[in-house]
Design a protein around this ligand. Structure first.
Ligand SMILES: Nc1ncnc2c1ncn2[C@@H]1O[C@H](COP(=O)(O)OP(=O)(O)OP(=O)(O)O)[C@@H](O)[C@H]1O
Ligand SMILES: [Mg+2]
Length: 771
């Protein structure tokens, strides 16, 4: 029942956790996984970015500081060199001015000079000492190293003289010297004459490199024409350096360059020590970039460790946090799935104030209302089925009762007529009595069936229900017995209703009898009448009722009550729980039919052991209440002499009515249907005082015939015989026909009385009533 609709809707809208058709792969994951993955990505991204930024900024700072250091080192070297230069200059001028040196040079004897040069060198404290004549021809060479020979000195001196250099660098025999050329002058009285040249030099060896390296806290390398002469570097690094320095592009003199020596990176600044453009001595100062950034690697490791820690803690936190989001969501999803499967009672958790709780609350309410609607729908369907069943049973009962009416009219009429005739024979009289008794019961059952099928011809009147119940109350105690306490609670302000008083009495009677049967050991029967106003919400609990003002008649007992199964069938005809012969099962069916035909509604509240309460709602009606007549005692059958036109298609009934009226002194004309009756009326020249016609006939019915006869003979009075009202919902509560009617099956006495009553009515009154 309607379950397919929410299922489809839920599937389309919810679709959680199902793979997306063409979407991003994250769609395939649960919300919690998505959340964790996002968190992981963010933490990893942030950590990596931090590491890179720190690394980059620290590296550039380190590079900057190395650059400064290198610059300082070069400056340090310059002052270091100045010191050495000063020392060299001082010792050179000291020696050149020594009288014995001057004297030696004036000898011009090479062997003498060579011999003496040993002492001079020791005196000067230099690593190289060269003596030459004033033209630059070398006369003596002294070196702390072997391999620096006279021709080499001669060549280097010539080059220096040619270049006009008093100081500079000499490279020979794999040694590099920083040299100073000092002229040895002979000062005469008036002039100064150069008698020779003195060259003193300090070797730039590994000791120099080492001491300067320590001073500058750097690696240093001295080279000559790009060949490394001395250095603090390891030999293989030296080779590498000379190769790379040769390949370096020419840049600003002290702009540091980055090179790789072995596995280590260095920043190197190379400055030229020689003046002039000739390739000469140069100094390279190196700082290990890797060593300087060693702390950075450690820092990186720490940061990386911290990053991992952050990721781990973040993931854990995310896991815990996401649980607080996803658990309620998961519960909601489970609720949706349960609803898809038709489970309305899945426990939803919507504690808290957050959005998920709000959505869960809304979902819960939606689910409740869905369930309510579904239950209502089921209930409504059950009611509708029940109504259809009652309707079908009603038609069946009505059809049977209709045919029985005619048969019973005939049986009853003939029995009545026989009773009048057979008075002497006692046996026959008893037989006739039995026939009449049985007929009486059959008539009452037929009435009940007609009442249930709402085919009775009602005579609704404006009624004061209070007085109807009070009247009935006079005979009720006798009916229900003394062991049952009867009470009536009237409402002094009670509104009037519109119903057939005898039918209302029938309703009360049937309900009272049922109550009595439900309380074999005594109890209480309470009848209440009150005004109620049913608004929309009250009516919602009583489907099929419309909102409005009603008079509520409630009849409650303290009997054994009913189980739901019994309750579901009580209004069906022939449903009874009583022993065979004790109940026909027509009591409540009659009540139901009468209430429905009067435009009312009936409900029952009952459960086993708690008694039963029948509630009948009659729509309130306006107008003055009809005063019920006291039923007069039996009278003699009235006679007459007028002419009556009897129209009835059922020959048995027609014969009976005709026979009876004739025996009562009337002149009777017979017709089989409306058309026949009209013909007779046209042909008949005398007065027709009364038209007694059946209601439902083939060719032309009673209603149309009445109109036609009235048109032709306005003075003719009419009585319609009716077995039942046309079965139709619209008929319920309809006004009684304007024409007087007699209900089948009728007794001959009631027919005679009705005919007499109508015939003696004053025409003016009749016309007035008829509008
Ligand atoms: N006040 C009541 N308390 C308990 N059960 C009731 C009450 N009224 C009716 N019933 C149940 O409803 C059934 C049908 O009632 P209904 O009046 O239609 O038929 P009946 O009383 O059995 O027979 P009938 O009224 O034709 O003699 C009863 O048999 C009984 O089971
Ligand atoms: Mg009953």
């Amino acid at each position: 029942m309607g379950e397919g609709v929410p299922t489809v809707a839920a599937r389309e809208t919810v679709g959680l956790g199902r793979p997306g058709r063409n979407g991003f792969f994250l769609r395939n994951f649960k919300l919690r996984t998505k959340f964790l993955l996002s968190l992981l990505a963010i933490t990893t991204g942030l950590t990596t970015a931090t590491l890179l930024i720190v690394r980059y900024s620290v590296q550039s700072r380190v590079r900057e500081s190395i650059r400064d250091d290198l610059r300082n080192s070069v400056n340090t070297y310059k002052s270091f060199e100045q010191q050495r230069d000063l020392a060299l200059t001082r010792s050179a001028s000291l020696i050149a001015n020594l009288p014995n040196v001057r004297a030696l040079m004036t000898t011009r004897d090479e062997a003498t000079i060579q011999d003496a040069s040993y002492d001079i060198q020791r005196l000067s404290g230099s690593d190289l000492l060269v003596l030459a004549d004033r033209t630059g021809i070398v006369t003596a060479v002294r070196s702390t190293r072997t391999g620096f020979q006279k021709p080499m000195a001669q060549e280097l001196l010539q080059k220096s003289i040619a270049a006009g250099e008093a100081r500079g660098f000499w490279y020979g025999g794999d040694h590099l010297y920083e040299i100073l050329i000092q002229p040895i002058d002979f000062e005469g009285a008036s002039s100064k004459t150069t008698i020779g040249l003195l060259v003193v030099g300090h070797e730039i060896d590994s000791a120099v490199a080492k001491s300067f390296g320590e001073l500058a806290a750097s690696e240093v390398a001295f080279s000559w024409a790009r060949i490394i002469v001395s250095s603090t570097l390891a030999p293989e690094q030296q080779q590498e350096l000379s190769r790379q320095v040769a390949a370096l592009p020419a840049t600003a003199p002290d702009a540091p360059q980055e090179i790789q020596l072995g596995s280590e990176r260095y920043l190197v600044t190379t400055v030229s020590l020689s003046s002039g453009t000739r390739p000469g001595a140069s100094l390279s100062v190196l700082r290990s970039f890797d060593k300087a950034t060693l702390f950075l690697t450690q820092l990186n490791r720490i940061l990386l460790g911290l990053g991992f820690l952050a990721i781990a803690v973040g993931t854990l936190l995310g896991f815990v946090l996401s649980a607080t989001f996803t658990r309620p969501l998961g519960n909601l999803v489970a609720g949706v799935r349960a609803l898809e499967g038709g489970n309305y009672s899945f426990p939803l958790q919507n504690s808290g104030q957050d959005e998920v709780a709000v959505v869960t609350g809304a979902f819960g309410r939606m689910r409740d209302s869905l369930q309510k609607v579904q239950l209502e729908q089921r209930e409504l369907e059950a009611r509708l089925r029940q109504a259809h069943k009652m309707e079908a049973v009603g038609r069946l009962a009505g059809g049977v009762a209709h045919d029985f009416n005619n048969l019973l009219t005939i049986i009853r009429g003939h029995a009545d007529m026989l009773t009048d005739r057979v008075t002497a024979d006692e046996g026959s009289e008893r037989n006739l009595e039995q026939i009449q008794k049985a007929t009486g019961r059959a008539v009452s059952m037929t009435r009940q069936l007609l009442a249930f099928s709402r085919m009775q011809v009602l005579q609704p009147r404006i009624l004061d229900l209070n007085s109807v119940v009070v009247e009935m109350g006079k005979m009720l105690p006798r009916l229900i017995g003394e062991h049952i306490e009867y009470s009536f609670e009237p409402d002094p302000e009670l509104a009037n209703i519109k119903a057939d008083p005898s039918q209302v009495e029938q309703v009360l009677l049937n309900l009272a009898v049922n109550a009595r049967d439900a309380m074999p050991n005594g109890g209480k029967l309470t009848v209440k009448a009150s005004n109620v106003e049913m608004d929309v919400s009250a009516v919602a609990r009583r489907p099929s009722m419309t909102a409005g003002k009603y008079v509520l008649l409630s009849i409650s007992d303290t009997g054994h009550g009913m189980d739901p199964e019994t309750k579901a069938h009580i209004f069906e005809p022939f449903f009874t729980t009583k022993e065979v012969g004790k109940g026909t099962g027509l009591g409540l069916a009659t009540v139901y039919g009468i209430v429905k035909q009067s435009g009312g509604f009936i409900w029952v509240e009952s459960s086993p052991g708690t008694g039963a309460t029948f509630e009948i709602y009659f729509p309130q009606a306006r107008g003055p209440a009809y005063v019920m007549e006291k039923v007069s005692g039996s009278k003699a059958v009235p006679l007459g002499s007028e002419t009556v036109l009897v129209v009835e298609d059922e020959s048995g009934v027609r014969d009976l009515a005709c026979q009876f009226l004739r025996s009562g002194g009337y002149t009777v004309l017979e017709a089989v249907d409306g058309v026949d009756a009209l013909e007779i009326s046209t042909r008949y020249s005398g007065t027709i005082h009364l038209l007694l016609s059946d209601m439902v006939m083939p060719r032309m019915g009673g209603a149309e015939l009445t109109q036609r006869i009235r048109a032709a003979r306005p003075a003719t009075k009419v009585v319609l015989m009716s077995g039942y009202a046309e079965y139709s919902e619209a008929n319920s509560g309809k006004e009684s026909p304007q024409v007087p009617t007699i209900q089948k099956p009728f007794s001959l006495t009631s027919l005679a009385e009705k005919v007499r009553e109508v015939l003696t009515e004053k025409p003016a009154e009749e016309a007035g009533q008829r509008r």
